[in-house]
Design a binder for this molecule. Structure first.
Ligand SMILES: NC(=O)c1ccc[n+]([C@@H]2O[C@H](COP(=O)([O-])OP(=O)(O)OC[C@H]3O[C@@H](n4cnc5c(N)ncnc54)[C@H](OP(=O)(O)O)[C@@H]3O)[C@@H](O)[C@H]2O)c1
Length: 262
C-alpha cells in the first residue's frame, strides 16, 4: 500500500498529539475519545447535552487516569461554539486529527425519522444539511490551518448510506455523500493533510436505535469494535479516500511503540 509522505512536526511531552472529536458523549465518538486518550492523545470533544458529556468524560477518566480531555458543551452548528473549539486547539498547541463524527438523522420535524423524499420539507433539508454538511465544512475550514501545519488527518464519519439508496433515508444519505465529497475536496485542495471518509458500518448506538424504533438491535456490533480500524487508519495513513472501517487493518495504537517524543 502506498503511503503519503508529509513533513510532520513531532509531538512533545508538553504538546502531545491532539485531536478534536465532535460528538464525544455517546456512541462512536465516545469510543474514539476513550481510545485516543488511552493512546496518549490530548482530546478536545463536545456535545450539546452537558450532563451526558460530563458523565462520559468522567467514565473515560475512571478507565484512563491520565486522560487529557477538554470537554466543551455546544452545538457544532453554532459559530461561537466552533470558535471555542478553535481556542481550545490553540491552548493545546497543535492539531493532528479532526474527527467529524457528530451527526443527526433528521428530519427535524414531523413524526418519525423515516421520510420519503417526496415528503421532505425545506425545514428538513435545512436542519440536516446544517448539521451533517455545513457544520463539518465550516469547522474543518476553521481548523484547517492548524491541521495543515502538522500534516494532520481529517476523518469524517460517513455511512454506507452515502453510496446505497435506502427508501426513507434519502436526505440523510445525501448529506453523508456530500460530507464524503467535501472531505475528498479538502484533500485535493490541501495535499499536506490526509483526508478520509469512513463508513463505520452498523453500530449499536442511540442513532441506530432511532432508525429502528422498537427493534432489538443487540445483534449490531458496539462502536468500540470499529475503533481499532480507525486507529489503524490513523497509524498507517493510507492514501486519502473513502474506506469501509471493516476493510482497514486494525491496530491497538496510532503510534509506534517507541514514540519519537522529545
Ligand atoms: N450508528 C450507526 O449504525 C451508524 C452507521 C453509519 C454511520 N454512522 C455515523 O456515525 C456517527 C456517530 O453516530 P452514533 O451512532 O455514534 O451517534 P449517537 O450515538 O447518536 O451519538 C452522537 C454524538 O454526537 C453528539 N452530537 C450530535 N449532534 C451534535 C451537534 N450538533 N453538536 C455537537 N455534538 C453533537 C451527540 O451528543 P448530543 O446529542 O448531546 O449533542 C453524541 O455525543 C454519525 O456521524 C453517524 O451518522 C452511524
Amino acid at each position: 500500500m502506498t503511503h503519503q509522505t508529509t513533513t510532520l512536526t513531532h509531538p512533545t511531552r508538553s504538546h502531545p498529539p491532539t485531536a478534536v472529536v465532535t460528538g464525544g458523549s455517546a456512541g462512536l465518538g465516545r469510543a474514539v475519545v476513550a481510545a485516543l486518550a488511552a493512546d496518549g492523545w490530548q482530546v478536545i470533544t463536545d456535545a450539546r447535552d452537558g450532563d451526558r458529556l460530563t458523565a462520559a468524560v468522567q467514565a473515560i477518566r475512571a478507565e484512563v487516569p491520565n486522560a487529557r480531555i477538554t470537554q466543551l458543551v455546544g452545538d457544532i452548528t453554532d459559530a461561537d461554539h466552533r470558535a471555542a473549539l478553535a481556542v481550545a486547539v490553540d491552548a493545546a498547541g497543535r492539531l493532528d486529527l479532526l474527527v467529524n463524527n457528530a451527526g443527526v438523522l433528521g428530519p427535524a420535524s414531523g413524526e418519525g425519522r423515516y421520510r420519503r423524499l417526496v415528503d421532505v420539507t425545506a425545514e428538513d433539508v435545512g436542519y440536516l444539511w446544517r448539521h451533517n454538511v455545513g457544520a463539518p465544512l465550516v469547522l474543518t475550514a476553521l481548523l484547517l490551518p492548524r491541521l495543515v501545519a502538522n500534516g494532520g488527518t481529517l476523518l469524517s464519519i460517513s455511512s454506507d448510506a452515502a453510496l446505497e439508496h435506502y427508501q426513507g433515508w434519502g436526505l440523510y444519505s445525501a448529506s453523508k455523500a456530500a460530507l464524503d465529497h467535501l472531505t475528498a475536496t479538502f484533500h485535493a485542495e490541501n495535499p499536506e493533510i490526509a483526508a478520509y471518509a469512513v463508513d463505520p458500518g452498523d453500530m449499536r448506538t442511540a442513532m441506530h436505535q432511532e432508525w429502528f424504533p422498537g427493534e432489538d438491535i443487540s445483534d449490531r456490533p458496539l462502536p468500540e469494535s470499529v475503533v481499532p480500524h480507525l486507529l489503524g487508519l490513523i497509524a498507517d495513513r493510507p492514501p486519502s479516500g473513502r474506506y469501509r472501517a471493516a476493510d482497514l487493518p486494525p491496530a491497538t495504537s496510532t503510534r509506534p511503540t517507541s514514540p519519537q517524543e522529545v
